[in-house]
Design a protein around this ligand. Structure first.
Ligand code: 3PG
Length: 307
């Protein structure tokens, strides 16, 4: 079988080597399409692929239409909002993710962004510390739990809310104190870190009413997806509340506007960096390769997301 790795933002070489080893050791072949800038190159590369590994690359209906032999696509990572699941299902293509494999990397970046922000982008001015601050985690999945673990090491007071994870499970983790709803989280916490997927329910859900509940000098950190933010409302709120800061690893569509209006209260990474570590690339990339090999060998569909 031919396995195509199509990554506009490539994996570290060591991860690609690991993927190749898993694929070839099991009698399959590997093709690589990295740093492509033209979607037509993706269409051409996927034409004879039996399996596909992507990161945030958009696997649209058009991609699927060009992939006549495709049987399985694995998003090497957690969020699979970049996969057209309907198009996959319509063609009988199995779609999977690799949950948990890159979550520590994202969590470490959250802390890096927070330190950068509370130390005023290292501009020489006196900043503040994270110890003793209240950190709210929305939601308590793999990334949220890792953020909680590390934030406890910083001496932060950690709170969490997750619509799908009961309060007693959050409390029993020993990592965070559960609050009743997301409003309570924003009301209570100095810093809120977003770890929700982009779904029909969550898109635009982080709005003026919610973020406006944050106490003075509130800081919102988004390493999840830009789509969960209602950008127009956040801009409006930050114009009214000149104490609020926003820091993101998922550059807003209105990045230029945020930068112009809130020069010292806003920062976004130029490219999504959360999962961009050798370790996360190895974990997620090799997991994806193993899941594909296992699917072809035994029919295992454990991580299928379009069941
Ligand atoms: C994920 O959902 O796993 C992260 O957002 C990582 O995305 P990336 O593979 O594009 O870095």
């Amino acid at each position: 079988m031919k396995v195509l790795v199509a990554t506009e933002k490539p994996f570290a070489k060591v991860a690609v080597d690991g993927i190749r080893e898993v694929v070839e050791k099991n009698g399959h072949t590997l093709a690589l399409l990295e740093k492509y800038t033209d979607v037509n190159d993706f269409y051409a590369a996927v034409a004879d692929a039996d399996a596909l590994i992507v990161r945030s690359d958009k696997v649209t209906k058009e991609v699927i239409d060009h992939a006549k032999n495709l049987k399985i696509v694995v998003r090497a990572g957690a969020g699979y909002d970049n996969l057209d699941l309907e198009a996959c299902t319509a063609r009988g293509i199995v779609a999977m993710n690799t949950p948990g494999q890159n979550s520590n990397a994202v969590a470490e970046l959250v802390m890096g962004l927070l330190v950068y922000c509370v130390r005023n982008s290292y501009n020489g001015k006196s900043g503040s510390e994270l110890m003793g601050k209240k950190l709210g985690i929305l939601a308590f999945g793999n990334v949220g739990r890792n953020v909680a673990r590390i934030a406890n090491g910083f001496g932060m007071k950690v709170y969490a809310y997750d619509a799908f994870c009961p309060a007693d499970v959050i409390n029993a983790s020993g990592l965070a104190t559960a609050v009743a709803n997301q409003e309570a989280l924003f009301e209570e916490c100095d810093i809120v870190s977003l770890h929700i997927p982009a779904t029909a329910e969550t898109k635009n859900s982080i709005n003026k009413a919610l973020v406006g509940l944050m106490p003075k000098n509130g800081l919102l950190v988004n390493t999840a997806r830009k789509e969960v933010i209602n950008e127009d409302e956040l801009i409006e709120l930050m114009q009214e509340r000149t104490d609020l800061k926003y820091v993101a690893d998922v550059m807003p569509a209105a990045d230029a506007k945020f930068r112009t209006l809130f020069a010292d209260r806003y920062f976004a990474t130029p490219k999504k960096m959360g999962a961009q570590t050798a370790e996360a690339n190895i974990n997620a990339g090799i997991a994806a390769a193993k899941q594909i090999v296992d699917f072809f060998t035994t029919g295992n569909t454990r991580f299928q997301v379009n069941k």
